[in-house]
Design a binder for this molecule. Sequence first.
Ligand SMILES: *Cc1c(COP(=O)(O)O)cnc(C)c1O
Length: 341
Amino acid sequence: MTINLSSDTVTKPTPAMLQAMMQAEVGDDVFQADPTVNALEEKGANLFGKESALFCPSGTMTNQIAIKVHTQPLDEVICHEYSHIYQYETGGPAFNSGVSLSLLPGKEGKITAQQIEAAIKPVYDWLPITKLVSLENTANKAGGSYYTLDEIQPITQLCKERALKLHLDGARLYNALAETGESTQEVGKHFDSISLCLSKGLGAPVGSLLIGDADFIRQARRFRKVMGGGMRQAGYLAAAGIFALDHHIDRLKEDHLHAKMIGEVLETLSYVENIRPIRTNLLFFDVKPPYTAASFLEQLSQYGIHSVPMGPQTVRFVTHLDVTREMVEKVIKSLARIGQA
Ligand SMILES: *Cc1c(COP(=O)(O)O)cnc(C)c1O
């Protein structure tokens, strides 16, 4: 039994999802003639009470297109310093949009309206123009923490008052909603654009949705094409996305429970410290010297359990659709055994 805790991106389509993919009716999506892609886009827009949506190959592309549509070169985007758009998108905002990022600190990957307000730049020729705020929910590098809409509401309000656009990097939004019980309709009212990954916790093999109003998506579609993201018979992939939205949302709580179960055993281990609060399906902790993250993971791999270091001492585990209860039990036993060795 091989157990991969590296990321929730490692899931493979279930037999039922594969079945749905194979039965998909397809066409050429560059001509907007793929009925399954069109159905997925309509479904995504409706879920969030928005006019339109766009199916893209990745969450990096949906985020980058959103930044591109919302900004002009020499503008600035306000976001948390741990944001995926800054940390893990290859410097894309500078490359694709010619914008700079204003990075704010904040507990558990979250920023507040007060902080944002203080960071909005006055208008001088020598300063970038603040144009966009981007929030990440759940916050990946911050440990899978989430915002509630009560926390987001003042940010939405501020953005309206100051004529800023508000984007949501909702790669793992459904993990947040599984905990808060809030609805996608409510989320939709708070943001100008939403990026949603189908290939993370939801278990689709490929794809993300960008959701917004009709004019925003019209522009987004042009940028998707110039970035090389116009796909042809993409309905086979969109069918997996539809299946994921229909069948894989309710089970996310199980992943969160599994993360907490592993967290409980970590608390008892003498070689582990600094376990970050476990909010959803991401689990961050440090191993104590003489272990390094790399040497610990090397030892763990002898039990068939794999993950990746997130710092010299820091390890991340991610629970997901392909991690069963039986596997969680094996992880717990193996971690305890390493402690005794
Ligand atoms: C995974 C992820 C993305 C997009 O990732 P892709 O691998 O490009 O699909 C964006 N934001 C966050 C927070 C993520 O975790």
